[in-house]
Every structure is written in structure tokens, then in C-alpha cells.
Design a binder for this molecule. Structure first.
Ligand code: DER
Length: 235
């Protein structure tokens, strides 16, 4: 099975939690895309009704509206029944790294208001510790003096061999700009940063930091699709 087929299997499994009348957080990324497609299909077939979607990015807003999913926002729905989203990394305690798709702020706002947050991944996302994949742990920052903030973040985690890089957009090599008009600094760690809560709080104390991509104690349900089938974990 390809990675995308595994993502689709996990996504379809998560949509089984969706009931008519629910207010749903709609995630961002290639895995969540399958879940949103499936929700649109069930609405079209009349197997689901009266769903309200709260999109976590303009990209998801466009996909969901093209599927005819009714959309709203947190101002109208401050409490959601269920959110379904992917992740870049999942550690053994179901802590997540998210944001490589650039939507971490709206994802964290929306997924923090859900009664149930179902994370859908293929098995390649499982790590021993956050940052363990050697890939980025994203931090959304204000553009003002971004070099200053990037240096503060790198120094903060120098014991973990941290390297901080400004995310640039593939097209023009300019700084990537989030839906919220901010920049992203990608942090790369060589070692486990240890106490995630303390690390996250330390980052948030930097005035230029808006939000970080560690989703600690937020996921309630994890669906992992692998070659051996689909596994589900609950918190
Ligand atoms: O950017 C994000 O937070 C995405 O949800 C990401 O974590 C997962 O993206 P993928 O499903 O395309 O791997």
C-alpha cells in the first residue's frame, strides 16, 4: 500500500466518528484532505446531514466549500464536537508535531476547542520523541525582526543541537507567509528536548512567538494506518 493509500484508510476510519448535526474541525494537509473528501461524499449521498465545518486553513476552506460542506468559524461555534486532522509526528504519549503545512495556529485554536480530536496518520509519522524524525518543529512568529526571534529560539534549545531556519516559499524563495500574515521558523533538533510543556511555555514567553507546533495532551484518539492494518489508540 502506498503512503497515500494508508493516509486514506486512516482518514476514512476517522470519518466513522462523524454524526449528523455535528460541528466539525476540518484539518489541513494531505491526510485530512481524504477525510474532508469523504465527509463531502457522505453529505452528497444523504448519509450525513446538518454538518457545520470549521476549516483550519484557507486551503481547507476552499476544499470544503467546493464539496458543498457548510462552513462557519469559532466566533459562531466556540465549542466543536469533533476535529479530524493529520500530524507530522506522534510520540508514544500521543503528543504531536504539526504545522509543516503551515496551518498550526488555526489548527491549534480550533482543535483546542473540540470534545474529541481524532489524529489520522500513516505509520511513518510515529516517533520515539518529538523532533525525533529530524524534520521540522514549526514555530509561527511575527515578521518584525524575525532574525532576532529565530536566534533566541535556536539559543534556547542549543543543548539539543537546535538549528532554526526561516521557512521560505518554494515558488519565489521569499519568506513563507501564513494565513495570519506571520512567518514560520522551522526548528531542527538533534536530541530529545525533554520536558515538552516547559519547552513550549519557554517559546511562548518570547514576545515575537505567536504559537509553536507541539500539540501536547490535545489528541484524544489516534488512528494509525500501516502495512499490518489500522490501529486505534485512545487517551
Ligand atoms: O501542517 C499540518 O499541521 C498538517 O496537518 C500536517 O501535520 C500533516 O500533513 P500531512 O497529512 O500532509 O502529512
Amino acid at each position: 500500500l502506498s503512503q497515500d493509500e494508508l493516509k486514506k484508510i486512516a482518514a476514512y476510519k476517522a470519518v466513522e466518528f462523524v454524526e449528523s448535526g455535528m460541528v466539525l474541525g476540518l484539518g489541513t494537509g494531505s491526510t485530512a484532505k481524504h477525510a474532508i473528501d469523504r465527509i463531502g461524499e457522505l453529505l452528497r449521498q444523504g448519509k450525513l446531514a446538518n454538518i457545520v465545518g470549521i476549516p483550519t486553513s484557507t486551503q481547507t476552506h476552499q476544499q470544503a466549500s467546493s464539496l458543498g460542506i457548510p462552513l462557519s468559524d469559532l466566533d459562531a461555534h466556540p465549542v466543536l464536537d469533533l476535529a479530524i486532522d493529520g500530524a507530522d509526528e506522534v510520540d508514544p504519549d500521543m503528543n504531536l508535531v504539526k504545522g509543516r503545512g503551515g496551518s498550526l495556529l488555526r489548527e491549534k485554536m480550533i482543535e483546542g476547542c473540540c470534545k474529541k480530536f481524532v489524529v489520522i496518520v500513516d505509520e511513518s509519522k510515529l516517533v520515539d520523541y518529538v523532533g525525533g524524525s529530524g524534520l521540522a518543529m514549526p514555530v509561527e512568529i511575527v515578521p518584525f525582526c524575525w532574525r532576532f526571534t529565530a536566534q533566541k529560539l535556536q539559543t534556547m534549545f542549543e543543548d539539543s543541537g537546535c538549528v532554526a531556519k526561516l521557512r521560505v516559499s518554494a515558488e519565489d524563495g521569499e519568506a513563507y507567509v501564513t494565513d495570519n500574515g506571520n512567518f514560520i521558523i522551522d526548528l531542527y533538533f538533534k536530541k530529545d528536548i525533554g520536558d515538552l510543556k516547559a519547552a513550549g511555555d519557554a517559546m511562548l514567553r518570547l514576545a515575537g512567538v505567536v504559537e509553536h507546533g507541539m500539540f501536547i495532551d490535545m489528541a484524544t484518539t489516534l488512528i494509525v494506518a500501516g502495512e499490518m492494518g489500522v490501529r486505534m489508540g485512545m487517551k
